[in-house]
Design a protein around this ligand. Structure first.
Ligand code: ZN
Length: 181
């Protein structure tokens, strides 16, 4: 079975203490797990994709504008990968696909499905933030497209603890995902 790792939205704005829409400490705590898992996939020659939120400044048409403070604005350091993951990306750029996304799901408006199908990948491993937003919506779309889903509990976090717990149950009980604890 061919697999890929999706590292979703692990950027400064979503993770750093002073990020614009941060998960705070639960997000910061994922750093080494995500770094190690990313290196493992790269070492085995498996695909790593980094779907990263992209917003225009003062975009009145974007549905998130009503709900969230501005974050991951085009051309700002808020979109840089957080911590040591930034270096892993820089050192392995030729093996990692960076994928701008503008909605919660990494499938919406991106080439994600085409890139996966082209390589015959059927199993998706997900890490990043937030468990109950972008990880959840990407997982639902992966489920509807027939991919096998693996969620790494130590690699996902949210600013909403109750949402995080609910989503972990949903992955397993409703989407039939494997949750690695
Ligand atoms: Zn966003």
């Amino acid at each position: 079975m061919k697999k890929a790792l999706l590292v979703i939205d692990y950027t400064y704005d979503f993770v750093a203490e002073d990020g614009a829409l941060t998960c705070g400490q639960p997000g910061i705590d994922l750093e080494m797990y995500i770094v190690d898992l990313t290196k493992k996939f790269l070492d085995k020659g498996d695909l790593v994709i980094m779907p990263v939120d992209l917003h225009e400044e003062n975009d009145p048409y974007h549905p998130e504008s009503k709900m969230f403070p501005p974050h991951n604005i085009k051309g700002t350091p808020g979109r840089n990968l957080y911590g040591a993951l930034h270096d892993v990306f820089e050192e392995n750029k030729n093996q990692i696909i960076w994928m701008d996304k503008t909605r919660f799901s990494a499938f919406t408006g991106t080439e994600l499905e085409l890139q996966l199908r082209a390589r015959g990948i059927t199993e998706l491993h997900l890490v990043g933030v937030c468990t109950d937003i972008c990880i959840l919506h990407t997982s639902v779309d992966a489920y509807n497209r027939g991919f096998d889903i693996v969620i790494h509990e130590r690699g996902v976090a949210s600013f909403d603890a109750a949402g995080h717990e609910w989503a972990l149950r949903h992955f397993e009980k409703t989407l039939g995902a494997t949750v690695i604890r």
